[in-house]
Design a protein around this ligand. Structure first.
Ligand SMILES: [Zn+2]
Length: 539
């Protein structure tokens, strides 16, 4: 790898290249990336982040190697339903199916053939909406169509090895009631009641590829709803979807069968990934190159959880910021825990635009490392021109919208055209920003707006600035900034307080843009009128 290509996806792609060089025998002639999806709930911003990051590593790989690649988006739809999600209809029906594989439960929305069929369709339309390139794979299809058969028989052959890897890790957590002695990698689907969480393996028969199970386990979901076993017992083959494998082993099974080369996961799954890697090796395979990412925190620094509902929905971000700004945010060091909330959106948009502006003039390695190379990988691949030259920022538009107090895009454009000759060249992006800035202004700025005229001690400085503006004939952000600065300084004011007083007066906010730039954008005459209007007789 070139020394200069240091953006994190290149490091990941390099590890994949090293894996290829190390392996003398491979299952396929392409490189296989994989992402996982649990279809007990709808796809969310975390799903997007994982697929986007994996896609960026794939993009880096394509820039370094000619070997073709594929991405499997894998849905665990043989997993059982452990609890009835609170946000779904038909709860009573779902309650009757607790403990069964998600693919065997009717769709509560009555649109698809099953619960997971509905969620899988949502996943696919979600991924298609962002034009990700992937092959969809469902757990059910792999098990029931026999794709996993060889792997399942292999696990049966290495039954004690797999148990030896997992059992010592069980029941270590306080309050855990896992029964070590009865643990098995196999979870038979009861041939009588159809449940997967109520069965236990009572005997194994490697010579015939079979096991004997008993439906004798009782459990309760977190709301106290009991999942009842039926008492049935039978000797069945481990193949063709009669059994699935349990958590941690299922990762190993598909890594082994598919020959997965690369998969990333959240930090909370590091231990599972390590155990899965050990199992793959026990089966005679090689685990994929792994990569863990940190989980996002909310504004208060709390972990984001689906049950708390403190996370941001992807459409909430897209209401206030363009998709590329979300990509830019997600691209930043994935190993660092960061807060994701509405307040980070304006800054993410502006930093993305700055990177986009740089991108146009950068040379090969710098260009490669620029987040825009990844965030806009489809445009990069298509050889489209990527630039941003107007210097119009999202925060500038926010301030403009804030002071103009208008929802009329045409008026906003009048000001932007006066501010930058190049604004029209960035029309498409700027239009998307105006739409979103209007939403952001309405939802987050208006409720906190509080105009205040300056205290008496500020008046000499304000009068000095007003008289400067009255005689000023230019329109330079620099000159306007220095005049504001000088007015505060020459009248003995603390500059921080002076500028804050101006923001309160002009924008009704605690903080604001560089005042010189603001006055240039809004216009000297308009700024003067605004001050006169707010101050009335006090000037
Ligand atoms: Zn049963």
């Amino acid at each position: 790898m070139s020394e200069e290509l240091h953006a994190w996806p290149y490091g990941e792609a390099q590890s994949v290249i090293e894996k290829l060089e190390r392996q003398s025998e491979r299952k396929h002639d392409y490189v296989l990336f994989e992402t996982g999806y649990g279809p007990s709930g709808l796809p969310h911003i975390g799903t997007f982040a994982e697929v986007a990051r994996t896609t960026w590593v794939r993009h880096a790989f394509h820039q370094m190697s000619d070997v073709p690649t594929k991405l499997f988006a894998f849905s665990d739809d043989m997993d059982g339903l452990r609890a009835v999600p609170t946000n779904l209809p038909n709860k009573k029906m779902l309650l009757e199916h607790l403990g069964k594989p998600l693919c065997d439960i009717p769709d509560p929305f009555e649109e698809e053939e099953s619960f997971s069929g509905y969620m899988n369709a949502k996943l696919r339309s979600f991924l298609d909406r962002f034009a990700f390139d992937y092959d969809f794979k469902s757990s059910k299809d792999q098990y029931r169509n026999g794709v996993f058969n060889d792997g399942l028989l292999r696990i049966l052959e290495h039954y004690d090895d797999v148990k030896g890897i997992i059992i010592p890790t069980l029941g270590q957590k306080k309050g855990s009631n896992v029964d070590r002695s009865s643990w098995s990698p196999f979870m038979p689907v009861c041939t009588n009641c159809g449940k997967v969480y109520t069965t236990s393996v009572s005997d194994v028969h490697p010579e015939t590829g079979e096991i004997t199970f008993v439906c004798d386990q009782e459990m309760a979901d977190k709301n106290g709803n009991r999942i009842i076993s039926c008492g049935h017992s039978e000797r069945i083959p481990v193949t063709d979807g009669n059994v699935k494998v349990g958590w941690k082993v299922d990762w190993a099974l598909r890594w082994y069968v598919f020959g997965v080369d690369y998969e990333m996961y959240g930090k909370d799954l590091i231990e599972s990934a390590d155990l899965s890697a050990k199992i793959v090796r026990a089966l005679g395979g090689e685990p994929p190159v792994g990569f863990f990412y940190e989980m996002y925190l909310d504004e208060q620094g709390q972990k984001i959880s689906k049950t708390k509902g403190n996370g941001l929905e992807i459409d909430e971000w897209l209401k206030y910021g363009p998709l590329e700004s979300l990509g830019w945010f997600i691209f930043q060091n994935p190993k660092k825990a960061r807060k994701m909330f509405f307040g980070v959106i304006p800054k993410s948009v502006d930093e993305y635009l700055q990177d986009r502006e740089k991108f146009a003039d950068q040379e090969s390695a710098e260009k490669g490392n620029n987040p825009v190379n990844f965030v806009e990988y489809q445009r990069v691949d298509a050889g489209q021109e990527i630039s941003y030259s107007s210097g119009v920022s999202y925060s500038m538009i926010l301030n403009l919208v804030s002071v103009l107090n208008t929802e009329d895009k045409g008026i906003v454009w009048e000001y932007l055209n006066r501010y930058s000759e190049d604004a029209a060249a960035d029309e498409a992006i700027i239009n998307r920003m105006i739409d979103r800035a209007l939403e952001y202004y309405r939802d987050f700025i208006v409720p906190t707006k509080e105009y205040k005229t300056p205290d008496e001690e500020m008046m000499p400085a304000l009068r000095q600035l007003v008289s400067f503006l009255e005689s000023y004939e230019g329109n330079s952000a620099e000159e306007l900034q220095s005049a504001t600065y000088a007015a505060g300084k020459e009248n003995g004011l603390k500059l921080g307080k002076w500028f804050a007083a101006m923001y309160r007066l002009l924008l009704g906010q605690e903080r604001g843009p560089r005042l010189g730039t603001f006055m240039q954008l809004y216009g000297v005459e308009n700024t003067l009128n605004l001050i006169r209007e707010k101050m009335g007789d006090r000037l």
